[in-house]
Design a protein. Structure first.
Lengths: 198, 69
């Protein structure tokens, strides 16, 4: 079974924010919320890097672990989705998420933020595929239409990859071997020991 | 002296009529108070695989992302 993943090739990202705009437009995400954002480090300095970030659809999602109403679920495609009908807007998932993925329509205290909203990997939610209710609550269901997330499809430099984790990892591996160097991200050797070359 | 015409709705009947009207309004609005349909898909349906690896769009995405840098 395919496992859906995002992978941002930081060597290619030019911080154009087309992914952010495409996502907002495709799903009609309201003002004040972004399901995806571009993070830049060392801005304007040598070694500047930009990475496009959204929900990473974790295998063992911390948002799901802390949700008091158990509104999260993982699909067979390994996409982490949630039910806005069950969400009480407590904000626990926002504190638990290491990527800042959960967003709320309003600023406020417990229970006054409104229903949580986050990246759905363009896979809709627990409403009928392509229905009006699904679009209003969760946005477009491109996966059911045989498409991939629009943020990745819109990426002009092909920096943002989305799809089957095995396939996009292979694509990235081919790029790295052709360039002769990896992402340079720290922590890889810690996670994978000597089995991986950065 | 000419007496004023008696009003059709007496002063003491006003609140009673108002209450009856409110009852009719609630009864007519009752269908709107039916339980809202939430999460129309069941557990298996909402978790099913939707990714279509063989679709033209997906295959094109993988192909163009393999272009040499």
């Amino acid at each position: 079974m395919a496992r859906m993943k995002f992978l941002c090739d930081a060597d290619r990202c030019i911080e154009c924010n087309a992914c952010v705009t495409a996502c907002k437009n495709e799903h009609e995400v309201p003002w004040g919320m972004n399901r995806r954002r571009v993070v830049t480090i060392n801005d304007g300095k040598p070694g500047e890097r930009s990475v496009s970030m959204a929900c990473m659809h974790c295998t063992d999602a911390p948002c799901a672990a802390v949700c008091p109403v158990d509104c999260f679920y993982t699909t067979a495609d390994a996409v982490v989705l949630h039910s806005k009908d069950l969400c009480i807007g407590c904000g626990y998932c926002f504190y638990a998420c290491p990527f800042g993925a959960p967003q709320y329509p309003k600023v406020g205290n417990f229970g006054s933020r409104g229903k949580m909203d986050k990246c759905t990997f363009c896979a809709g939610g627990p409403e009928a595929d392509g229905s009006k209710e699904e679009y209003e609550k969760y946005g477009a269901n491109r996966l059911a239409e045989g498409k991939l997330p629009l943020c990745a499809e819109m990426c002009s430099t092909k920096s943002l990859l989305a799809g089957d984790g095995d396939v996009i990892a292979q694509i990235y591996k081919e790029r790295v071997s052709r360039r002769g160097y990896g992402s340079g991200a720290w922590g890889w050797q810690t996670a994978y020991r000597e089995a991986i070359a950065t | 002296m000419k007496s004023e015409p008696k009003e059709k709705l007496g002063r003491r009947d006003f609140l009673r009529a108002l209450g009856a009207g409110a009852g009719v309004a609630v009864a007519s609005a009752a269908p709107l108070a039916a339980p809202a349909a939430a999460d129309t898909e069941n557990n298996d349906e909402k978790r099913k695989a939707r990714y279509k690896a063989d679709s033209a769009s997906v295959q094109t995405f993988y192909r163009v992302n393999r272009f040499p840098s």
